[in-house]
Design a protein around this ligand. Structure first.
Ligand SMILES: C[S@@+](CC[C@H](N)C(=O)[O-])C[C@H]1O[C@@H](n2cnc3c(N)ncnc32)[C@H](O)[C@@H]1O
Length: 163
C-alpha cells in the first residue's frame, strides 16, 4: 500500500508496516510526521508520484491519497485551528478543490497493479465530480461515505486491468 499526502494525525490509524509500506508527501513537517508514523516504511518527499522509484510503476495494489481538497475560496471559512495552523499546501485544492485529486487520478493508472485500487478522500459535495474525474482518467469509479468516520472516499479500479 502507498499513501500519498501522508503525514498527519489520521495516518496513525492505518500505520504499521504490514499495512502501509510507503508514503509520499510534499511538505517537510508532514515528511517528519510520516516518518514517525511509519518507522518501518519508506517515506518519499516530493510532488505526488515524482519521488517514487520507477520500479513501483504498475505494482501498487492499494494507492490511498489524502491530498488537499478545500476549494481555495473556502479556506477562509475553515475553523482557525485549520486555517491558521495547517500549511496552505495541506488544504488548498484549487478553484473547485479537485486540482490535486485530478493530477493523482490521471497518473494513477500507470502506477496501479492490474488489480489495484485508488482511494481518494473528498467531501460529500465533491464526490460526484470526483467520480467523473476518475472515470475520465479511465478508472471504474464509485463513491463511498461512512457516517461513523464522517468521511467520503472515491474508489477507482483499472477497467479489466487496462491502463
Ligand atoms: C489534507 S492533508 C492530509 C494529511 C494527513 N494524511 C492526515 O490525514 O492528517 C494533505 C497532505 O497532502 C500533502 N500534499 C499536498 N500537495 C501535495 C503534492 N503535490 N504532493 C504530495 N503531497 C502533497 C500535504 O503536505 C499534506 O500532508
Amino acid at each position: 500500500m502507498l499513501r500519498l499526502g501522508c503525514g498527519g494525525r489520521r495516518d496513525r490509524r492505518c500505520a504499521g508496516p504490514s499495512r502501509v509500506a510507503r508514503g509520499g508527501t510534499i511538505e517537510p513537517t508532514a515528511v517528519r510526521c510520516a516518518r514517525q508514523n511509519l518507522p518501518d516504511g519508506e517515506v518519499h518527499q516530493g510532488d505526488l508520484f515524482e519521488p517514487l522509484p520507477a520500479a513501483l510503476r504498475g505494482r501498487i495494489d492499494l494507492l490511498a491519497a489524502n491530498v488537499p481538497y478545500v476549494p481555495t475560496d473556502a479556506i477562509e471559512l475553515l475553523p482557525p485551528e485549520a486555517r491558521l495552523h495547517e500549511p496552505r499546501v495541506a488544504l488548498d485544492g484549487g478553484a473547485d478543490g479537485l486540482s490535486v485529486l485530478r493530477r493523482v487520478a490521471v497518473r494513477a493508472p500507470q502506477w496501479l497493479a492490474p488489480s489495484g485500487h485508488l482511494l481518494v478522500e473528498t467531501s460529500q459535495g465533491q464526490a460526484a465530480s470526483a467520480v467523473e474525474v476518475f472515470t475520465e482518467a479511465g478508472l471504474l469509479a464509485r463513491a463511498v461515505s461512512s457516517e461513523e468516520a464522517d468521511a467520503t472516499v472515491v474508489i477507482g479500479s483499472l477497467r479489466d486491468g487496462h491502463r
